[in-house]
Write a protein that binds this ligand. Sequence first.
Ligand SMILES: C[S@@+](CC[C@H](N)C(=O)[O-])C[C@H]1O[C@@H](n2cnc3c(N)ncnc32)[C@H](O)[C@@H]1O
Length: 223
Amino acid sequence: MSVQATKYSGIFEVWKGSKKLLLTKNLTPGRSFFREYLFQDNEEYREWDPKRSKIAAAVVKKINILGLREGDKVLYLGAAHGYTASFVSDIVKEKGFVYCLDFAPRVVRDLYFVCEERKNMAPLLADASKPELYKSRIEMVDIIVQDIAQKLQVEILFKNLQFLKPRGYILLSVKARSIDVTRKPAQLFKEVEEKLLTKLKVLDKKDLSPLEKDHMLFVCQGK
Ligand SMILES: C[S@@+](CC[C@H](N)C(=O)[O-])C[C@H]1O[C@@H](n2cnc3c(N)ncnc32)[C@H](O)[C@@H]1O
């Protein structure tokens, strides 16, 4: 079976036996950083696991729009070891750039090694709730991706909107249990959406269960 393009820019799929794999074109051919499967079909592709990435899970769940395109500048809040960020780096390619921010030194150490080989990614050891501390190290971006599993997820996103170009996109992953373990996820997601709507348009949202239990991915755009 050959690799097919999906409706999402830079994201492909292929059948492997009875399983459909999600792929991106490998920006660093011959190199995989997370033991992901490398697939050859004229060019090299990397398997993107929807059980390890909320953006990939939203693609599997057929989200209407992602907003990510070749050439985009991306601010990625909560990049961790860089798993999803590395696929975003494949999608935006050489002309794009991914600022990968995380406040945990242990994960940023691993992220540093990924960024060393992927020239369109840079690690930033910083707290996303304190944008004044990294303001001078980034530029205006086309997309903000946020996956920080924190109680004040929307408030932290709002603080970072100053870096988003007009009509730029936001991919916000919300983990209900990080906001309040005692309350029903559906009610929490409703409250998050109401807050988002005070400043943004919500273009689509997908409940990521069962790939990511009690997570919702919101795609938003500046008003
Ligand atoms: C669920 S993990 C991210 C996984 C990653 N997005 C991926 O798909 O490969 C959440 C990350 O957010 C980071 N984080 C949480 N709060 C943060 C904050 N205020 N500033 C920066 N990073 C934060 C944590 O250290 C953790 O690495």
